[in-house]
Design a protein around this ligand. Structure first.
Ligand code: SF4
Length: 227
C-alpha cells in the first residue's frame, strides 16, 4: 500500500489529489498486474457484441451466452440477416435481452451498410451504433485497437467517487476527471483494475475496506489524506 509520506501536500489541494491518484495507480498495479477485460472475444466484432450485451449484466452471464451466439452469427453479415426474435433465445439469460437483440441486429445492419461489415476504429462511428455509447466505444477501441481510453461503468464511477478522484455522477464527467489525473499510457489498465477492484473488494453494498490495498489512500476510511 502507498501510505502518504510525511511531506504530503496539504489535504484538498490539487497536489494532494494528484499524489493520491499516483498512489492508487501504484497500488492497483501491484495488486492487479495483469488486469484486462473479462469478456471473452476473438475479434472486434465479438468484442462489440459482448460489450453491448454486458450493459447492466455480468461478464460471466455474457460469456456463458456468446459461444452459441457467435456460432450462429459469426459476423456482421450473418447477424444483419437475422430477426431479433431469432436472436432472443440465444441471449435470454442476459438482462434486457429483447432490447439488446433488436440493437444487435440493427447494429450489424449498420456495420454492413456503412463499414463493410467491420467494426470501425473510430470513436464517433462506434458511438453512433445502436446500443453503443461512449462506454462501449471506449471498451472496443481500447481492447480491440489499443487506443488509450477510460470506459466508465458502474464500478469505475463508484470507485472514482469513493476514492475522492471525482465528485461527479455523470460518467462522461468522471471520465474527464480520471483522464486529467492519470497518465494516458495507463488509462486502459486503470479502467480494468478499477473494475476488478470494484468486483472483488470495493463492492457497491458492502465494501471490504479492512482488506483493501487502497485503504490508506481512501477518504472513506478516514485514515489519511482526505480531500
Ligand atoms: S477503502 Fe473501502 S471504500 Fe475505499 S476503495 Fe477500499 S474498499 Fe473501497
Amino acid at each position: 500500500m502507498s501510505a502518504p509520506p510525511a511531506d504530503s501536500p496539504a489535504p484538498g489541494t490539487p497536489a494532494a489529489l494528484r499524489r493520491r491518484a499516483a498512489g492508487v495507480l501504484a497500488d492497483l498495479e501491484a495488486e492487479y498486474p495483469d488486469a484486462r477485460t473479462e469478456l471473452v472475444f476473438r475479434n472486434p466484432f465479438e468484442l462489440l457484441v459482448a460489450t453491448v450485451l454486458s450493459a447492466q449484466a455480468t461478464d460471466v452471464s455474457v460469456n456463458a451466452a456468446t459461444p452459441a451466439l457467435f456460432a450462429a452469427y459469426p459476423d456482421a453479415q450473418t447477424l444483419s440477416r437475422a430477426t431479433p426474435e431469432e436472436v432472443e433465445p440465444l441471449i435470454r439469460t442476459i438482462g434486457l435481452y429483447r432490447g439488446k437483440a433488436r440493437n444487435l441486429v440493427a447494429l450489424a445492419g449498420l456495420l454492413q451498410e456503412r463499414h463493410g461489415g467491420e467494426v470501425p476504429d473510430d470513436f464517433a462511428a462506434v458511438v453512433a451504433l445502436p446500443g453503443a455509447g461512449r462506454k462501449t466505444a471506449n471498451v472496443v477501441l481500447s481492447n480491440a485497437y489499443g487506443y488509450p481510453a477510460i470506459a466508465v461503468d458502474t464500478h469505475v464511477g463508484r470507485l472514482a467517487r469513493r476514492l475522492g478522484l471525482s465528485v461527479q455522477s455523470n460518467p462522461d464527467k468522471i471520465e474527464q476527471d480520471l483522464r486529467a489525473l492519470f497518465p494516458k499510457p495507463r488509462w486502459v489498465f486503470l479502467h480494468h483494475a478499477l473494475i476488478l477492484h470494484g468486483r472483488r473488494v470495493c463492492n457497491a453494498r458492502k465494501p471490504l475496506c479492512s482488506a483493501c490495498v487502497l485503504r490508506e489512500l481512501c477518504p472513506r476510511t478516514g485514515v489519511l489524506i482526505s480531500a
